[in-house]
Design a protein around this ligand. Structure first.
Ligand SMILES: O=C(O)CCC(=O)N[C@@H](CCC(=O)O)C(=O)O
Ligand SMILES: [Zn+2]
Length: 346
């Protein structure tokens, strides 16, 4: 059993324990499938709704870990009656213990930073290290989970919860996976609005993130969701997640996606992915500049010995700026506001 029904405490105490074991809780049965991986099935009936809630893919993003762990604890003690299938994943237990974004942080340059959220869709294959094994293990658990229920009415959902390194003009925002046919699910966006999400970025290309993997490989409705700024365990203001919590409770208990007003969302298309192309690469912005800060046309946003990035249109903004990463990785996204009327919804 898990002491005090606290799966987070259990995972942090045994971050390497990959034993599988089953147990029951008041409204269903559970299986620990490996470190930080807990699958919960409701007792009453086979639910057609399969929800993956992943947190802590980056070990220092603790707010969402505390939020979802609290919900799972409520289910395990019997305060919430689970009505759907749930796979709860604490993504990177080893780095959560170290309070770090990744495990192998600049260990002499043999291993450079390995970002777990760039290793999905099979990208782990040509590399080595803890995060590589972890990406493989998480892909395998998600596959088993989603493939257990198929057929008419089956609904696959994956919300991968993060917090951002910087402050943001929109504190809570989501990244929508790249959809080639450019038709989007109104029900999902309305759910995001009900969760208190303020802005959505529509990706312009496939990626190797965890949420994109669930979307592309398992046809799940899947999003990366940013819930505020990175803080250490115990220092998160959980009240700022109230709407997210409320919408997740409804989903976990009834299988219904709460619906907020679409007009509450600001929508952005991703124009460009900034790639660090050289050790000399730099962004011409202040350290404290917030996500979604807009620039004027012709501003030289990024430069290196190899290239420059000039802002194409006044109002284009940056999200996730970060140059403390290896050459070849994403140093930010350039986004442009787009009216709701420019999108096709179904
Ligand atoms: O604040 C930052 O720079 C990073 C926060 C974070 O981890 N974001 C995710 C977004 C993933 C996506 O684009 O879907 C990431 O960078 O992995
Ligand atoms: Zn993250």
């Amino acid at each position: 059993m898990i002491a005090n029904n606290d799966f987070l405490a259990y995972t942090l105490a045994y971050p390497e324990r990959n034993d599988v074991f089953d147990f029951v809780f008041p409204s269903g049965h559970a299986r620990i499938e490996g470190a930080g991986i807990l699958c919960l099935e409701p007792e009453k009936q086979q639910s057609k709704v399969s929800l993956v809630l992943s947190v802590g893919i980056h070990g220092n993003e603790t707010g969402p870990i505390e939020l979802v762990n609290g919900l799972v604890k409520s289910i395990l003690v019997g305060d919430l009656v689970l009505g759907i299938r749930l796979l709860f994943i604490i993504g990177n237990p080893r780095s959560a213990v170290k309070a770090q974004r990744f495990c192998d942080v600049n260990l002499n340059r043999l291993f450079c930073d390995v970002n777990l959220n760039r290793l999905f869709c099979g990208s782990w294959q040509s590399q080595q290290g803890y995060e590589i094994q972890r990406a493989q293990q998480l892909e395998s658990s998600v596959k088993t989970f989603f493939e257990a229920v198929e057929g008419v009415g089956a609904q696959r959902l994956h919300y991968d919860l993060h917090t951002a390194i910087r402050g943001s003009i929109y504190e809570k925002f989501a990244v929508h996976p790249f959809v080639p046919e450019e038709t989007y699910q109104q029900q999902q966006l309305a759910f995001l609005a009900a969760c208190g999400i303020e802005a959505v970025l529509f990706s312009h290309q496939p990626t190797t993130t965890f949420s994109y993997h669930s979307f592309a490989q398992h046809s799940a409705q899947a999003f990366t969701i940013e819930l505020g700024k990175v803080r250490v365990f115990g220092e998160n203001d959980l009240s700022s997640f109230a709407l997210m919590k409320q919408s997740l409770v409804v989903l976990l208990v009834t299988g219904v996606l709460a619906q907020g007003r679409l007009s509450a969302l600001s929508l952005y298309e991703v124009l460009d992915s900034l790639i660090k192309d050289h050790d000399s690469y730099r962004l011409n912005i202040a350290d404290e500049l917030e996500n979604f800060t807009p620039f004027k046309q012709y501003f030289c946003l990024a430069e290196s010995l190899e290239q420059r990035y000039i802002v194409k249109q006044t109002g284009d903004a940056i999200v996730f700026p970060n140059t403390k990463l290896p050459v070849g990785q994403r140093a930010g996204l350039v986004v442009r506001s787009k009216p709701m009327s420019a999108f096709n919804f179904q």
